[in-house]
Design a protein around this ligand. Structure first.
Ligand code: GRF
Length: 212
């Protein structure tokens, strides 16, 4: 079954582009129904339009509260029958109204090996902490920041001569592989969440759906 994706962004949209490319070249059996940005002028909106995908700007400041904004987002996504939401550099905390509307069906990508370095500037946090390995995490979103069950992680070496920009660039290249891979796992394989663990069954056991 082809899943219907909605991608939420705030800026550059390079992870969005990686997902668009993976759908375009058949690595992902999915359709991107809509891209929504909370920031006007986000480069990702242009990427969506260039790919012929509906692109909407919904500035959060137009809504009186976080909950009102999240309700509006949910209704836009539902109107397009989105069944998997991908956060791709979406710089907003989500309220339970949003998280509960898509149970186990919201993904986020974070440029560190969670639970290390959640929150902002994880590449800087990694350098300042002196870790030798950082990386990428794609996880299911729950109500806590950068905290839900982990779907895919990839390690990236931290080099002695790295600065924030060089480390971020090497991590970003790995993000672009890891996000489509995680979406592919959740859309094409059978899987379940047990506690904090996402357990994926071996291939050839049927089309991808969450098992209960
Ligand atoms: C990425 O590093 C992503 O992991 C983080 O925000 C950044 C977004 O970059 N959540 P882009 O907009 O996908 O280029």
């Amino acid at each position: 079954m082809t899943r219907t994706l909605g991608v939420l962004i705030s800026g550059r949209g390079s992870n969005l582009q990686a997902i668009i490319n993976a759908v375009g070249d058949g690595r992902l059996r999915a359709r991107i129904a809509v891209v929504i940005s909370n920031r006007a002028g986000a480069q990702g909106l242009q990427r969506a339009e260039a790919a012929g995908i509906e692109a909407i700007c919904m500035p959060h400041r137009d809504y009186p509260s976080r909950e009102d904004y999240d309700r509006a987002l949910v209704s836009q996504l539902r109107a397009r029958r989105v069944d998997l939401v991908c956060l791709a550099g979406f710089m907003r905390l989500l309220s339970p109204i949003f998280v509960d509307a898509f149970p186990n069906a919201i993904l986020n990508i974070h440029p560190s090996l969670l639970p290390s370095f959640p929150g902002i500037e994880p590449q800087r946090q990694a350098l300042e902490h002196g870790v030798k390995v950082s990386g990428v995490t794609v996880h299911i979103v729950d109500c806590n920041l950068d905290a839900g069950p982990i779907v895919v992680q990839r390690a990236v070496e931290v080099r002695d001569d790295d600065c924030v920009d060089t480390l971020a660039a090497r991590i970003l290249a790995v993000e672009h592989q890891a996000y489509p891979e995680a979406i592919r796992l959740l859309t094409e394989r059978r899987w379940r969440v047990e506690g904090r663990r996402v357990l994926v069954e071996e291939p050839n056991t049927g089309p991808g759906r969450q098992t209960e």
